[in-house]
Design a protein around this ligand. Structure first.
Ligand code: TXA
Ligand code: MG
Length: 321
């Protein structure tokens, strides 16, 4: 497929036609854009892994439009899921899967990650389809997730037929993943819904962020959310001159670094706004003629936790080179 053939628009009917033909369509959610296929059809799902160059051991999230739909695909829905779904959409629930979810979606696990995204266009699409959508973030494996249709076009243009354009993602970091496999629900990935707000609804949760983000396992650390330009947290190695450095800052510009190489994510100190702007800033810096990106450490509260998690993972790439 040549590059020109990726269409971009708001045409839900066209998206449906492609998906019914087992083609891939990029879809907007309030967290990040997803790369979607019919979750019940292994031939469609395999294309996701091919286009993303994603290893088959990394399971996909299944997207549905309601809790009634969740019931169709998992064997047990805890009350906590209904409670959380009333309030939040940036959450993925890991629950025991039913047979009809193909193994390729879950990488052979007997659980499935399932989510009701909070974006009107994609909810409408899901309501009009008679199958759920498997969708990881719509970026090449290991790269920064897309938060605009243009981001998707930049990296997957020519590889997929259609991008459903739902504007800029309002949350900007991926969903929080919570597993109900354990007696106390366990957070597996920090994300768009904060631990604090989840605990307000369902009480205490455990946090066990997966080994990929575990600093003790550097071999597993190096591929996620990473720009091509090496990213450093707080301190930059001395070999770079000021002109060669890009900055991800929370509230204030840094002295001596050219202003156009700096992204201040929220001058007013709003962590939600910072999260929303994070991936666009990373992608923009990655396209500049600079040699290093330096990111601040964000306040370790609310969405700051998810921001720090993403930056930590993005920073690891330097360890390899
Ligand atoms: O916000 C989001 O979650 C976005 C949008 C598109 O929904 N999706 C997303 O998908 O971030 P992805 O594939 O980039 O990350 C999903 C992660 C996987 O890497 C995997 O670690 C975890 O979800 N996951 C999926 N199914 C799981 C399962 N059954 N058990 C444990 N973790 C699972
Ligand atoms: Mg991803």
């Amino acid at each position: 497929m040549d590059r020109q053939k990726t269409l971009l628009g708001k045409d839900i009917e066209l998206a449906i036609q492609f998906l019914r033909r087992n083609e891939l369509v990029a879809i907007p959610t309030e967290t990040v854009y997803g790369l979607a296929a019919n979750a019940l059809n292994p031939e469609a799902v395999v294309k996701i892994f091919e286009v993303k160059q994603r290893p088959f051991f990394d399971p996909l999230i299944v997207h549905v439009h309601s809790t009634e739909e969740i019931q169709k695909y998992v064997s047990y829905v805890p009350m906590a899921v209904y409670e959380l779904a009333k309030h939040f959409s940036a959450i993925t629930y890991v629950l025991p899967k039913k047979e009809l979810i193909p193994d390729i979606v879950t990488s052979g696990h007997n659980t499935v990650g399932i989510r009701i995204p909070g974006h009107a266009l994609t909810l409408e699409l899901l309501r009009r389809l008679d199958f759920p959508l498997a969708a990881p973030s719509a970026n090449p494996f290991g790269y920064v997730s897309p938060t605009t249709a243009q981001h998707v076009l930049d990296s997957l243009g020519g590889k997929i037929p259609y991008i459903l354009d739902g504007g800029v993602c309002s949350v900007g970091v991926e969903s929080t993943i919570i597993s109900f496999e354990t007696e106390i629900p366990t957070i597996l990935r920090l994300g768009g819904t904060t631990v604090e707000t989840i605990e307000e609804i369902i009480g205490k949760v455990d946090i066990h962020v997966q080994s990929k983000s575990n600093p003790e396992s550097p071999g597993l650390l190096d591929t996620h959310y990473a720009p091509h330009i090496p990213l450093y947290i707080e301190k930059c190695p001395p070999e770079y001159s000021h002109d060669e450095i890009g900055i991800i800052a929370f509230q204030q510009y840094h002295e001596n670094i050219p202003v156009y190489q700096q992204f201040v994510l929220s001058p007013t100190g709003d962590l939600s706004e910072a999260a929303k702007n994070l991936f666009h800033a990373l992608r923009s810096l990655d396209n500049m003629p600079i040699k290093a990106i330096v990111a601040e450490v964000f306040p370790d509260e609310g969405l700051g936790k998810a921001i720090n998690d993403r930056l930590r993972r993005a920073s690891v790439k330097r360890a390899r080179k």
